[in-house]
Design a protein around this ligand. Structure first.
Ligand SMILES: [Zn+2]
Length: 84
């Protein structure tokens, strides 16, 4: 086996597993605020999504981010994410 074991996370949009570097972390802090976490170091409950507007659209449609983070995500937060 020459394949290196990289940490993988599942995208909440397409449900594909990818390396952490391919994904954007979305984190909910203790105050319930949802934000992007490009460094992967913010505290809180995190979910991962591909850096792809298609996945974001899927996650939004299926509310999978809400399910992963167990909270409501205001539409403007998605707008912010769209700009990434
Ligand atoms: Zn994806």
């Amino acid at each position: 086996m020459t394949e290196r074991k990289l940490p993988v996370r599942k995208c909440v949009g397409c449900n594909e597993q990818s390396g952490k570097k391919e994904l954007m972390r979305v984190v909910k802090n203790k105050d319930g605020e949802v934000s992007l976490d490009p460094t992967g170091k913010k505290a809180g409950r995190g979910a991962y999504i591909c850096k792809d507007v298609q996945c974001l659209a899927k996650a939004r449609k299926r509310k999978s981010l809400e399910r992963s983070l167990k909270c409501e995500i205001p539409a403007e937060d998605y707008t912010k994410t769209d700009e990434e």
